[in-house]
Design a protein around this ligand. Structure first.
Ligand code: ZN
Ligand code: ZN
Length: 93
């Protein structure tokens, strides 16, 4: 593992990169997937924090990243977003 992570407490959360950004007001909200760089205004995507291009739920990706920081094993091919890099560790799939 190349990066040095602070393990424990809020330090872990600080080191976990967000998988998305979102904003906007009700009826005109948006979500920007940081995995594939696509922006969706689809209400269901916004509500579920889902990327239709990656076929991934961002909450699950961020939780997975947290677990990886703690040292959990994962199968990169199961976390491949549209861009072809593992959503959890950034490794090539
Ligand atoms: Zn995406
Ligand atoms: Zn991976």
């Amino acid at each position: 593992m190349g990066a040095t992570f602070v393990i424990g407490g809020d330090g872990v959360f600080a080191k976990v990169l967000p998988a998305y950004r979102g904003g906007g007001v009700f009826g005109d909200a948006w979500i920007h997937c940081l995995l594939c760089d696509s922006i969706s205004h689809n209400r269901h995507d916004v509500e579920n924090r889902y990327c239709g291009a990656c076929h991934l739920f961002h909450d699950i990706v961020e939780e997975g990243r947290r677990l990886v920081v703690y040292g959990a094993a994962h199968e990169c091919s199961e976390w491949a977003p549209a861009r072809g890099l593992c959503a959890l560790c950034g490794g090539e799939v």
